[in-house]
Design a protein around this ligand. Sequence first.
Ligand SMILES: Nc1ncnc2c1ncn2[C@@H]1O[C@H](COP(=O)(O)OP(=O)(O)O)[C@@H](O)[C@H]1O
Ligand SMILES: [Mg+2]
Length: 247
Amino acid sequence: MLEIQNLQATVADKPILKGLSLTINAGEIHAIMGPNGAGKSTLGYTLGGRPGYEVTGGTATLDGADLFELEPHERAAAGLFLGFQYPVEIPGVSFVQFLRESANAQRKGRGEAPLSGGEFLKLAKEKAGLLRMDMDMLKRPVNVGFSGGEKKRAEMVQMGILDPKIAILDETDSGLDIDALRICGEGINAIMRKPDKAVLLITHYQRLLDYVKPDFVHVLAGGRIVKSGGPELALELEEHGYEAVAA
Ligand SMILES: Nc1ncnc2c1ncn2[C@@H]1O[C@H](COP(=O)(O)OP(=O)(O)O)[C@@H](O)[C@H]1O
Ligand SMILES: [Mg+2]
């Protein structure tokens, strides 16, 4: 599904990713862990096409399509979803409005008809229910005044509505209390744990992985994957730290 080969990327002319290779097949959940500043968020932003993140070498394909040939919105329409470490607030735009616009923009990008008001509302209610999110909450401006946990749950509602092929979730567990962590974890499983989908979880801690069990765990350090293993690698990292495990 997602095939990254020898990816090199710079941020503000500074080399951050230095030959990163990773293959994620349909039906798999991968976790990337690594110390602060390792380049984890840079990987997500580079794949998503965020301005300022420049690819200087290597390739990334999604179901065979060259991601770097596509504009960010085309990558999204092709089925790539990027969850942000810090979700943005958009005053003046309600969440439902935002969700409907983004869903229909992607459908348009795929040559599909837009969802009617009724169809959209049914879908939104279903996905909000999965994340225990009140519809009244989604009538408020995007993320304005939302707690950290509410922002992440709302982002998972968005993921449910957009129904991506692959989700790259950057520290979805940051700022979550125990209940929100469980709800988000269960939401990710309900939405993404399917034979035709895949997830890349970027996380510092083992705790999200108690709910969303990864098939593979990778350590990112110095802009490359320096170690890969199964779920036990995450436990090992938690116990002994990055330096001891990935040295
Ligand atoms: N906009 C930027 N300008 C300059 N350096 C940046 C910028 N964004 C990230 N970096 C640098 O890139 C490196 C990797 O950052 P990041 O990908 O956010 O790491 P991680 O998510 O693994 O903590 C860090 O050294 C960081 O300071
Ligand atoms: Mg980061």
